[in-house]
Design a protein. Structure first.
Length: 325
């Protein structure tokens, strides 16, 4: 497979996943605003911080109000990680590989983009819950169509690799929202206010029902165990890293457990560390500190994937082709 084609497929799936997860971030706050008494600027500022785009937001907007944050994260073309920017890039990548992906994939991603293009900030703020639910549903439908209509060969594995790495990163960032959203006072830790916030985070990851089946009552340690260390829940960080590792080895042709290139080494090491991590040690060491360190690792893996599979390299002349030979 050409590196250009592989890169387009990888980023197409990664950008659709990113768009869906930004909608999930916003859903966290929408759920909280319905359950918590009152709403403040502080409640929306954490979203910008956890996406890593705080510096850009401050250049473009005066304050992190509800309307400004929704505009920035959803429609702002100057924000490369906004939902609109992600879908525009995903659609362009899909256009460039239409001969590789299925027609159903192209038709869906085109409709997905046009749906957002025809939307307005007013519709996103007035009917916010339905609007962002529709984005999440469209993202999930695209991945379902991809798995159902695309041959599960090398191209599909690049798609799953991008999706899994993006989902692992964004699930960790959803957890980080809990750190930044301030409780009314320290005394509220462990009270219904705290439970509301953990429930909102689980809902934003489409995890509340499956969590209830596994653990019942909501506790911080069990939430961390389910969203970070679970081996069966499809949005858990460890589950995503396992899928990414499997696809990366299928692409390279190396057996699982062997490390043929830099991204395989980095991903295999991270997966092993996560497999042996304990929820209590994560909580005791600080959830934010754990997530902060975790978020750097997929970035390093992504850079390794780019350098190994996508980066252009100069063609070295053969010995016989050198002048004077």
């Amino acid at each position: 497979m050409l590196s250009r084609v592989a890169e387009s497929i990888y980023w197409m799936c990664r950008q659709v996943e990113r768009a869906e997860n930004v909608a999930r971030y916003i859903s966290v706050n929408l759920n909280l605003s319905l359950d918590m008494p009152g709403e403040s600027v502080q409640q929306w500022n954490p979203l910008v911080i956890t996406t890593g785009d705080n510096a850009l937001f401050k250049k473009l907007y005066d304050e992190p109000s509800r309307e400004n944050v929704i505009r920035f994260l959803t429609f702002d073309r100057k924000n490369p990680n906004s939902i609109f920017s992600c879908l525009w890039n995903a659609r362009e990548n899909a256009r460039s590989v239409r001969e590789i992906i299925s027609s159903e994939m192209w038709e869906h991603i085109n409709r997905f983009y046009l749906m957002l293009k025809d939307s307005t900030l007013r519709s996103a703020t007035n009917d916010a819950s339905d609007f962002f639910d529709a984005i999440r549903a469209a993202g999930q439908q695209f991945m379902g169509i991809t798995d159902a209509t695309m041959t599960h060969g090398e191209a599909w594995h690049f798609c799953r690799l991008g999706r899994s790495l993006e989902r692992a990163d964004k699930t960790s960032r959803i957890l980080d929202v809990k750190y930044f959203i301030l409780l009314p006072s320290p005394e509220d830790v462990g009270t219904p206010y705290d439970d509301i916030q953990w429930s909102a985070l689980l809902r934003s990851a489409s995890a509340l029902e499956m969590y209830r089946q596994r653990f019942g009552l909501i506790t911080p340690a069990h939430v961390v165990e389910f969203l970070v260390l679970d081996r069966e829940f499809p949005r858990a960080v460890l589950y995503c890293l396992t899928n990414a590792n499997q696809s990366l080895h299928m692409i390279s042709g190396c057996e699982l457990g062997s490390f043929g290139n830099t991204p395989e080494q980095l991903l295999g090491q991270l997966q092993s560390e996560m497999a042996f991590a304990k929820p209590k040690s994560i909580i005791d060491g600080g959830l934010h500190e754990f997530v902060d360190q975790l978020q750097d690792r997929p970035n390093d893996i992504g850079a390794g994937i780019h350098n190994t599979f996508f980066a252009l390299r100069p063609i070295e002349a053969k010995q016989d082709d050198e002048p004077g030979s």
